[in-house]
Structure formats: C-alpha cells, structure tokens
Design a protein around this ligand. Structure first.
Ligand code: AMP
Length: 565
C-alpha cells in the first residue's frame, strides 16, 4: 500500500445521472403522502404531493416571466417555504438560482446581481435590521417608473423585475401570489417540454463564497454537482423516508440547500425549518415537538444548544444522527452532542462551497475516537490528496494542502476564469487552502488554513490544535486562536475564550493549565474573554476580524505608519 496521502472514495454507490427536477418528480411519485416540508415559523406543512403542486405552479410562473434555461434568478430571503419552492421550481426550468446572503447590504447585493447578471430577483420584505424593499428602492429608483418585467436600470441593466414575498407589496414589485397566478395560466405541457430539454451537467446554482477570505466569487454548480453531493451525504447518514431533519443552517449556503434540501429530496426525508434564522431555543423545541431524527449545525450552533439553560427540559431522544460541519468541530462538543443530545450517529463533514460542499465525512460505523477527532474519509466517487507547496504528494502523517477531485468540483467561478484557473488545476484538482493530515487508513484531520498557521520563533503552531486543547478546562465553552505580529518572535498567540454561563477563569489560571500540558511556545501570550466571536451569517468565525481587533487592542500604534506591529 502506498504511504502517500492520496485516497479514492468507495465506488459501490452509483451517482445519480439526472437533473434536480427529475429527482424531485421521482420522490413525489414514490412518497406523495409523506411529509416533505415543515416550516415552523410560517406554520406551513406540505406533503411531497402538495409541495409538487406549488413547485410546478411556480416553475410555470418563472416561464411566464420569460426566464429561459441558463438565465439567472436571485433569491434574497432568510429561510422560508418560498426559498425551498423557488429552489426546486428554478431547477425544473433550468434557471440558475443565485443565492444572496440575507445579511448583504445594498452594495453587496448590487455586486452579486450585477456580477451574475440576474434577470429577476425574489426578495423577502425585510430581515432583522434590513428593510429589503427600502434598500431596493434606493438601489433601483426606476422600480417605481416601470411595470414589473419591464424594468430598465442603469446600475443593473440585466434586471427586469423584482418579486416580493411580502403579503401586499407596493406595486413596484410583483407579488408572490401574482407569480403563482401567472404560473397557473401557463400550460403544464410547456413545463414538461422545458424540463425534458435540460441535462444534468448544466449550471443550476451560483453561491457566493462566504467571505471569510477575499472578495466574493460566484461558485457555479451543476445539477450533477449538488444533487449527488446531497445524495451521498444522506447515504452516509443512512437517511430514509422515515427520517425528519431539522435544518437551522441558512438555505442560502450549501449546508442548507444541498446538505439539507437536496439530501432530503434524494432520500424522501422531511425537511424541517425551525425558524427564519438560528435560535437555539427554537431549534431545541422543534427537535422535540417534531420528533426529529436528525439535526444539522455548525459547531457554534451545537454549543449554543448544549449550553442553553432550558435544554434539559426538551425530550431530544428521537434524534439519531446529523452533521456538524463548516468549521473545526471540537472533540468535546462532538462528545456532548452524542451523550447529551442523543445523536449517537452524528457525523462530521468537511468541505467547501466550491466542492458542492462535502468531500470528506465520518461514518456512523467509525470508532468513536475517529468520529469525534477527524473529518473522516473521502466520500464515495471522490478523490482527496494532500500536497506540499510544490504540489507533490506528502507521506501519511505529514501536513500539506488538501485537494479534492471528482463529480463535486464546481464548473468554475462565474465570469472569472482567472480565479477558476487558480483554484482548479489542469488535472481537475480543487485546491482547498486548508491544511490537513491523512493517516494510513485515509482518515483526514484538518489542522488549519494555510494562512492560519502561526509561526512563533521558527516554531509552527496550528490554531486547531490549541483550540482543541482549550476545550479541556471545564470553564471554557468555546475558543478561537489567532496569531498577531510580534517584533521578537515574528508572531504571538492570542486566544479568545468564551466561558460557560456562570464560569470564569483568569489568564494566569489558564496559563498554568497550559504549563504542564503543552509546549511553552504554544501557550498564548494573550487571552481575550468574550461573549461571542465575529461571525458571518453562516456561523463561520471571522478570524481576520479577530486579528484586526487584537492588533488594535494589544499592539502600540506605529508612530510613522510603518508596519512594525
Ligand atoms: P464554505 O465555502 O463557506 O463552506 O467554507 C469552507 C471552509 O470551511 C473550508 O475551506 C474549511 O476551511 C472550513 N470547514 C468546513 N468544514 C470544516 C470542518 N469539518 N472542519 C474544519 N474546517 C471546516
């Protein structure tokens, strides 16, 4: 057996060679009366047959808007039933859905709509502090002058109109109800014809990468990419039509719309949205009242659920499985999810938007130690390798950059061949920018991102390792470790610590905890005690913000503007 860090996932499970629309129709035909979608905050419930009714009507509505396969349609809304209906309706007519982050403000919205060339936008009325109607009227003063569908805007020349999900939107917008009525007037045969001309390699979704690093780029994904990724994630979870999955992660991110919606679609499981945005109490109540068998979340969500003072008042015993992903999944949190939330088969998934997203996943059959401490092995029909800076394979146990190849790798970044060529090499490998180690059995551990590594006095320090370590002091609920510049050592370690409610410790106590347990150079020079971390809407920690804040607080401002700090 080779001792190089390369693996190919199992090939015994065939990929689905069909469009998302075909997969949808198959599931509807198999389970028409089973529950498909539950949206708790809208008090809506659909069987697969009822969902098909809505999806087909709105797919015909999109045809009535003169949208054609390959055209782009933006969706700017928090989690709701309409999001799911639009996802499947757009897929049925081959219209590329552009996911727009609900937290975007006007300039980011303009960027995404313009960069992807959206012809229509579907938007919510408002979300949190964002008044979407007001923001759109500011961005598109012409909205009031034209009928929906005939918009002419200098800033967004390709945009023809906006559909609002508001109950009674102003006349500048087409209402959701009107879009459905337009659909009713389109013959069902027209939809069937359109659907029959699509094929699974066509693009169907653009997701702007979450912005923890760099400028947003539109990862363009095909039916084949995302349908199969959702399917394989569900195979790993052993989902069936009897499973009920609670999806508190955002739909605009692949965690929600691929690992949530498409995973349920391909296995006939029930999609359950607890709310429009994450709330630990609402999520716990949803699991209990809906007798959910599976639950998703990024680590910070699970931590918030575990630490919620009312957690023990909910019966979570229906839970069997779920996925923790999106960021480093601390061993202690995994253990508590298994023991305190009954998720005995919980798995860790690793991936990125550009790879549909999942490349590696633990399995319910893996030993507990492996299941809580690694991101598992290469998913079926995919390949993984770990390479050094020159692109050569490293041996097992050695750190390098993780690369992924296979059906899941995106078509490319929308309208950005240069960024695509930088991300995917000529042999089809997607460079993840994540640092990882593979063992002899092919289990992979993520040890950080390339730029995440701290080099202190010539010693390499991996934040991931320290973050795991700081989960052992009983008072610590969550931790993030970053590096800041230091004149003497090059870099110094800073730990941001969040305590469990009613717990605390001093920096000196934490330092003495470290003293016996880890090499002295890894002991953080600085501690910062916080209630939360700067995060993106998807729950990803923004380490670059933490770095900026720590530099601001801890380092003296340079007198002459030079970069001594
Ligand atoms: P996104 O494209 O927003 O899904 O972000 C992808 C990035 O999230 C990856 O490149 C990793 O840095 C990080 N990530 C995702 N899943 C995991 C995981 N299970 N463990 C550690 N990091 C992860």
């Amino acid at each position: 057996m080779s001792h190089f860090s390369y693996t190919c996932g199992p090939k015994d499970k065939n990929l689905l060679a069909m469009t998302i629309g075909e997969a949808f129709d198959n599931t509807v035909a198999r389970f028409p009366e089973r529950e498909a979608l539950v949206v708790r905050h809208q008090q809506l419930r659909y069987t697969w047959a009822q969902l098909a009714d809505a999806v087909d009507r709105y797919a015909r509505g999109l045809l009535a808007l003169r949208l054609k396969p390959g055209d782009r349609l933006g969706i700017w809304a928090p989690n709701c039933a309409e999001w799911c209906i639009v996802q499947f309706a757009s897929a049925k007519v081959g219209v590329v859905l552009v996911n727009i982050n609900p937290a975007y403000r006007t300039s980011e919205l303009e960027y995404a709509l313009k960069q992807s060339g959206c012809k229509w936008l579907i938007c919510a009325r408002a979300f949190k502090t964002s008044d979407y109607h007001a923001m759109l009227s500011g961005l598109l003063p012409e909205l009031a002058q034209y009928l929906p569908g005939e918009l002419t805007s200098s800033r967004l020349p390709e945009l023809r109109g906006v559909v609002s999900l508001a109950a009674e939107p102003p006349s500048d917008f087409l209402s959701w109800y009107e879009l459905g009525a337009l659909g009713t007037a389109v013959a069902p045969e027209q939809l069937l014809t359109c659907q029959s001309e699509l094929h699974f390699d066509q693009p169907i979704n653009i997701q702007y990468t979450s912005g923890t690093t760099g400028f947003p780029k539109g990862a363009t994904l095909s039916h084949y990419n995302i349908l199969n990724n959702g399917y394989m994630a569900g195979v790993s979870l052993k989902l069936t039509e009897h499973d009920r999955l609670v999806i508190p992660v955002p739909l605009y991110h692949c965690f929600g719309m691929v690992l949530g919606n498409l995973c349920c679609l391909t296995h006939g499981s029930t999609m359950i949205y607890p709310g429009d945005a994450f709330d630990p109490l609402v999520t716990l109540a949803t699991v209990a009242e809906e007798k959910a068998t599976a639950l998703y979340g990024v680590p910070t969500m699970f931590i918030a659920e575990l630490d919620h003072p009312q957690r023990s008042s909910f019966d979570l015993s229906s839970l069997r499985t779920g996925i923790m992903a999106g960021a480093t999944c601390p061993v202690e949190v995994m253990r508590r999810v298994i023991s305190d939330m009954h998720m005995k088969e919980v798995q860790i998934a690793y991936g990125m938007t550009e790879t549909s997203p999942v490349s590696l996943q633990t399995s319910a059959d893996d030993e507990l130690e492996i299941r809580v401490a690694t991101v598992g092995r290469t998913q079926p029909q995919l390949e993984s390798k770990i390479v050094d800076e020159a692109g050569n394979l490293v041996v097992h146990g050695q750190i390098g950059e993780l690369c992924t190849r296979g059906y899941s790798v995106m078509i490319g970044y929308w309208g950005n061949p240069k960024a695509t060529a930088e991300a995917i090499d000529q042999d089809g490998w997607m460079r993840t920018g994540d640092l990882a180690i593979m063992d002899e059995q092919g289990y992979v551990s993520i040890v950080g991102r390339s730029k995440d590594m701290i080099i202190r006095g010539g010693e390499n320090i991996y934040p991931r390792e320290l973050e795991e370590f700081f989960f052992s002091p009983p008072a610590v609920a969550d931790v993030q470790v970053i590096g800041i510049p230091d004149q003497k050592y090059g870099e110094e370690v800073v730990a941001w610590i969040k305590f469990h409610p009613a717990h605390s410790a001093t920096a000196d106590e934490l330092r003495s905890w470290c003293k016996e347990r880890i090499a002295h150079f890894k002991t953080p020079r600085h501690f910062r005690f916080v209630d939360s971390f700067p995060m993106t809407v998807t729950g990803k920690i923004q380490k670059f913000r933490m770095r900026e804040i720590s530099i601001e607080e801890l380092l003296p401002a340079p007198v002459d503007g030079s970069v001594t700090r």
